[in-house]
Ligand binder design. Structure first.
Ligand code: MG
Length: 401
């Protein structure tokens, strides 16, 4: 049902912080920077940024100094949420002093998501309709089987945990998984060898084939190599294991190395996970030569910029599989993005069933979509179609920033 239409009254940037449980991929605290954009009638939309929360909060709350150094909230207050794309460009141009790329785009990501959520609620339609409507018939999430901070354990220990999570993911209806491959080895000269890496992937493929037929396997190398030839040696040996893509093989900023690797690799090479904005992603497509880009909706510019990136990928014959390792807000935002895009074949999805995470399980409801035989239905409900757990936010917002 549509709510009353009115302009933005205020913008809140909230550092939501809970004690980390188990393998939440955090040091003691599990945090997100939550943005709530409220209109004059009291309706609100939500978004989040996966960047360091207090850094992002400053970008949003900053007082305007002059026309190239404006605070994001200062620009957004008074605007029509339905004009989020125009607002994005106003913020981009109004923050040239400190922005254009990097953390400013990450902050803008959260605000843009919240504006779309609010606009959808005001109009009574799902966000993907505001993005132009459904171009995919169903959503295909893939599960990231992050084993937790156990990389000082044996390879067998990591395999055992990976298998445990793979079985849960398949039980949850997922049919595509990504395996982080022995992270941390790059900083350890005595760490695992490239031959061990190949053996690990071979074991993962065998293990998945035992669990269910035709499971899609992707591999995340966690920025393992400095040397594109070492990466090429390894990726060539993975040809027989049906690895759908190789994420983060080289240092993030080594675009020339990625181009050389992509030239010779039998496995699709991914990149741009930490890219912010379409200009950076274009460099990955042009100079980096990758055919898969992985910028995140809560990092690379929200719906506005991810839609531009999705359309740019069409011009390069490239795929967009957005990064997501945050809360249910980002996960469901990705569902709307895939629904509205031609070039998004899968979206990353980190179920709270795979590892304890209070924010993933409780920040929004429903916390996780239903997945059957590898696919989820298009989202329903106005805006993002999720409700914020206001009690959790009120009790766990860090003050003093
Ligand atoms: Mg990643």
């Amino acid at each position: 049902m549509a709510a009353e239409r009115s302009p933005v009254a205020y913008v809140e940037a909230l550092v939501v912080s809970v004690p980390a449980e188990g393998n939440a991929f955090a040091e003691g605290l599990e945090e997100t920077l939550l943005v709530r954009v409220t209109d004059e009638a009291g309706n609100y939309g939500i978004g989040e940024s996966v960047c360091t929360p207090e850094v992002i909060k400053v970008m949003i709350d900053q007082e305007t100094i002059h026309f190239w150094s404006q605070g994001i909230a200062d620009i957004v207050v008074g605007t029509d949420p339905l004009e989020a794309k125009a607002t994005y460009d106003r913020v981009y141009h109004g923050s040239f002093y400190h922005g254009r790329r990097g953390t400013l785009i990450q902050a803008l990501s959260a605000v843009d998501m919240a504006l779309y959520d609010l606009a959808g609620k005001q109009m009574g339609v799902p966000v993907y309709k505001l993005l132009g409507g459904a171009r995919a018939q169903r959503i295909r999430p893939y599960a990231t089987l992050y084993p937790g901070d156990i990389y000082d354990g044996s390879v067998q220990t990591i395999l055992t945990e990976t298998r445990r999570q793979a079985e849960i993911a398949v039980d949850q209806g997922l049919r595509a998984v990504k395996v982080p491959v022995l992270f941390g080895a790059e900083n350890d000269p005595g760490g695992v060898s490239d031959r061990t890496i190949v053996g690990f992937i071979e074991n993962c493929r065998e293990m998945l084939d035992e669990i269910a037929p035709d499971l899609l396997l992707a591999a995340d190398f966690g920025y393992r190599w400095w040397d594109w030839q070492a990466a090429a040696w390894t990726l060539k040996r993975l040809e027989d294991y049906d690895v759908y893509f190789a994420e983060a093989p080289l240092r993030h900023d080594d675009l020339d190395g990625h181009a050389r690797l992509a030239d010779v690799s039998p496995v699709r090479v991914g990149g741009a996970e930490f890219a912010a904005g379409r200009w950076e992603v274009r460099e990955w497509l042009e100079r980096g030569g990758v055919s898969l880009v992985q910028p995140g909706i809560s990092r690379a510019g929200g719906f506005t910029e991810l839609m531009r990136i999705a359309e740019m990928c069409e011009m390069y014959g490239a795929q967009l599989m957005p990064h997501s390792f945050a809360t249910g807000i980002t996960d469901v935002a990705n569902f709307h993005l895939q629904a509205a895009s031609l070039t998004v074949p899968m979206v990353e999805f980190r179920s709270s069933r795979l590892g304890p995470s209070r924010l993933r399980a409780e920040l929004v409801s429903p916390p996780e979509p239903e997945i059957v035989d590898g696919y989820a239905e298009l989202p329903t409900g106005a805006g993002l179609g999720i409700e914020l757990n206001e009690d959790l936010v009120a009790a766990n917002t860090r003050l003093g920033y």
